[in-house]
Design a protein around this ligand. Structure first.
Ligand code: NAP
Length: 493
């Protein structure tokens, strides 16, 4: 059971954000079904999205909506549009970040009668996507006029929260395995952190088989044998892509529900967006939003109504009814399809089964310490300075070698877009005007002082435009940076 609040009449309070495009149509369908199932909720309808941007609020989320969510801690939300030219941040990301909904749970289950290349394979899996970190934190900079950077920040705490959530989803649904999909072979610190955290947390769940696989292979396996997966936990961007792929396995975005979960907040919404081409035409498939409402009801401890609505959805598909995303001939409109589900409340599907809930989802508790990972020792061993220059690698290398004479530093290497170009490697690298110059201490155990770093930087600054530095640090004796492509094995090599 999740956290929620009640009003003076004892009704559970839920913020309702109808959203943009098809949002009002599909949230109306979900609300009608909840009413028809006999669950009385205290809805608080609030705005977010296009109208708010257009009214001049660059966040897309007005204070009244934030305040309502602060109070209710639960929302049912339609998709939101980020209109081009009205502020650069997505209202969805604003909501996720403001309320730290760190986990995005996206189940997909085969829908009876909806023919796909995977029909009959028993696709029934949940993607648990990290929801606030990674490249989607949106920390981007143009470092030279022609070179852009996006920071991929991932924390041990963020990984631990989402990995625990994935195992708790598995426990709640009586699943026997969890897969973790990462790109740890390439990004050893960021994606590697997710992999290592997964391996640690998995030990606390001995009854559940834990498997790691690379995310590219996960995509491949998902279209070869999707039935092998039960729960997949992954980082933000990987999860965004994989979960759209998994909705494709069962017939498309119209069928994929979702929940954004935080420590004490939950926002339920379909995976799909505003589908502007079909908005306002009574063509949208409400299933994804209705199934999101089913997840909302389980969160509100309304298990009986949740199962009745889910059964009614499945029974409706078993009767051969569908909306036009399945096929245009014989399709029902959004309203008529919702009416059909309402008619089926109380019916049990003949073959299809509703989601299994063995026990209510227990949201993980993770320490609130800011310094989540503590170390006994740290050493400043050097720094990478990123400079803009139209020169060639050899001239730049010689100049940098000279600048660090009579300092505690030596120039370890220079790389261009991650590949070592100095000392010269003899292989052709197509260089741009953005260079990383790596300086490390001449003595391997020397503890650098910040003044020494600033001293060398001020020498560099007299000759080159630098735009960014990154300290090279060792934590408890372990190297906290990666080597460039082609760079020697050990930091001193
Ligand atoms: P989309 O709105 O999900 O639509 C992609 C296509 O999927 C639609 O054109 C439609 O296909 C089909 N579709 C999606 N939901 C459907 C439903 N319920 N019933 C029937 N068909 C459905 O993705 P998009 O076109 O990339 O994004 C449109 C806008 O939505 C953008 O502004 C984007 O930022 C926003 N968005 C918001 C959220 C969110 O709020 N959580 C999520 C994703 C995107 P046909 O064209 O073939 O009919």
């Amino acid at each position: 059971m999740g956290i929620f609040r009640t009003n003076e009449q004892g009704l559970k309070r839920v913020t309702l954000i109808p959203g943009d495009g098809i949002g009002p149509e599909v949230t109306a369908a979900a609300r009608r079904l909840i009413d028809a199932a006999g669950v009385k909720l205290a809805w608080e309808e609030r705005l977010a999205g296009a109208k708010v941007f257009k009214a001049g609020n660059p966040t897309g989320v007005p204070e009244e909506t934030i305040e309502s969510l602060r109070q209710t801690r639960v929302a049912l939300k339609g998709p939101l549009e980020t209109p081009v030219g009205y502020g650069e941040k997505s209202a969805n990301v604003t909501l996720r970040k403001l309320f730290e909904t760190y986990g995005n749970v996206r189940p997909v289950r085969e829908v009876p009668g909806v023919k796909t290349p995977f029909s009959g394979r028993g696709v029934d899996l949940v993607v648990v996507r990290e929801n606030v970190e990674d490249l989607y934190a949106g920390i981007e900079h143009l470092q030279t006029p022609g070179v852009a950077q996006c920071l991929k920040l991932m924390s041990k705490k963020g990984c631990e929260k989402v990995v625990r959530l994935a195992f708790e989803v598995a426990v709640s649904e009586g699943r026997s395995s969890v897969h973790c999909a990462t790109k740890a072979n390439i990004m050893k610190f960021t994606e590697g952190l997710m992999k290592r955290t997964f391996e640690e947390v998995a030990r606390e769940y001995p009854g559940i088989k834990a498997h790691h696989l690379l995310v590219d292979n996960a995509a491949h396996q998902l279209v070869r044998a999707p039935e092998q997966f039960e729960v997949i936990v992954t980082s933000n961007m990987n999860g965004d892509i994989l979960s759209d792929l998994t909705s494709g396995l069962i017939g498309g975005l119209g069928f994929a529900p979702g929940a954004n979960l935080g420590a004490d907040i939950a926002i339920f919404e379909a995976v799909h967006g505003t589908a502007p081409t079909i908005a306002g035409k009574d063509l949208a498939n409400p299933t994804a939003e209705v199934l999101s409402a089913v997840m909302l009801l389980r969160h509100l401890d309304e298990h009986d109504a949740a199962t009745r609505i889910e059964n009614a959805v499945l029974a409706t598909y078993e009767q051969g009814l569908f909306t036009c995303d399945v096929k245009p001939e014989g399709a029902l409109g959004t309203k008529a399809f919702t009416d059909a589900i309402i008619q089926n409340l109380g019916k049990t599907p003949t073959a299809a089964k509703p989601a299994r809930v063995v026990k209510p989802l227990r949201l993980p508790t993770v320490s609130t310490d800011r310094d989540f990972v503590k170390v006994k020792s740290r050493r400043l061993a050097g720094f990478d300075v990123f400079v803009e220059s139209a020169t060639d690698p050899e001239s730049l290398g010689r100049a940098m070698d000279e600048l660090c004479l009579s300092t505690p530093f030596k120039l370890k290497m220079i790389s261009n877009r991650g590949t070592q170009v100095y000392p010269l490697t003899g292989t052709p690298t197509d260089c741009v005007d953005h260079w990383r110059c790596r300086f490390i201490t001449r003595a391997e155990t020397y503890q650098l002082k910040s003044e020494e770093l600033w001293d060398l930087l001020s020498r560099i600054q007299k000759h080159f435009a630098w735009m960014h530095i990154e300290k090279l640090q060792e934590f408890d004796g372990a190297t906290g940076w990666t080597r460039a492509q082609g760079e020697g094995e050990t930091p001193g090599a």
